[in-house]
Design a protein around this ligand. Structure first.
Ligand code: DX5
Ligand code: ZN
Length: 219
């Protein structure tokens, strides 16, 4: 097993006690957090966004892994750079063509963030291949984007395996992150085939014992 990273998604955490929720992440020695930005257009729900992050990120010390589920990602790059995001991931399906995907990646890098590209479960994984050389992260969706607490789509494992072959072949430095329905079983399945990052929301935050759940992703 490679070095693995857990990126807890705070979408389903207790917002009234956000400080304590973030402390739980710190206490287990986890250094990443995953932030799901939904615009009510690319996906039906609306979550939180750059104004909220501007305040929040000033006071926290994590690798801030921002997942944009928005239409027209280009128009948000500078706004999220201003928040202090570390990784900015956008959706392949939100772009009109490959040139736009390429331009958004360049804009993210120009604004000193790491660039991630995400694909929905129904999008052929091959669509990300032309960008692997430039990408820092590929976010493979293992559920339809738009909500936490859904069931992991098993076919995702074949998509990850294909992606890993391509990453090895092209010597890409991109991390493979998997998002949606991650628990102790699906998480291990992903890690065993070579994923680098597990995004987990409901599994971690729905339990009384965050640490037990967190540790179970490794054991
Ligand atoms: C779904 C989001 C996920 C979600 C993961 O659109 O991208 O990050 O919060 O939540 P769980 O782990 O509950 O599936
Ligand atoms: Zn996400």
């Amino acid at each position: 097993m490679k070095n693995m990273i857990v990126s807890p998604s705070i979408l389903v955490c207790d917002y009234l006690h956000l400080e304590q929720e973030l402390q739980k992440i710190k206490d287990v020695g986890c250094s990443w957090i995953h932030l799901d930005v939904m615009d009510g257009h690319f996906v039906p729900n609306i979550s939180f966004g750059n104004i909220f992050f501007e305040k929040l990120f000033k006071n926290i010390d994590f690798v801030k892994d921002v997942h944009l589920m928005v239409t027209n990602p280009m128009s948000f790059v500078k706004k999220f750079a201003k928040t202090g995001a570390d990784y900015l991931t956008f959706h392949y399906e939100a772009c009109k063509d490959d040139d736009e995907v390429d331009a958004v990646i360049d804009e993210i890098h120009k604004n000193k963030m790491k660039a991630g590209l995400s694909v929905k479960p129904g999008t052929p994984i091959e669509k990300v291949y032309p960008f692997l050389e430039k990408l820092d992260l590929v976010l493979v969706m293992s559920v339809e984007p738009g909500a936490g607490g859904q069931k992991f789509i098993p076919e995702t494992l074949d998509r990850i395996s294909a992606l890993i072959d391509e990453i090895v072949e092209t010597r890409s430095k991109a991390l493979i992150s998997v998002d949606g329905g991650i628990n102790d079983i699906t998480g291990k399945d992903c890690l065993n085939i070579g994923a680098d990052v597990l995004v987990a929301g409901n599994y971690l935050f729905s339990a009384d014992n965050f640490k037990e759940r967190y540790d179970s992703l490794f054991k």
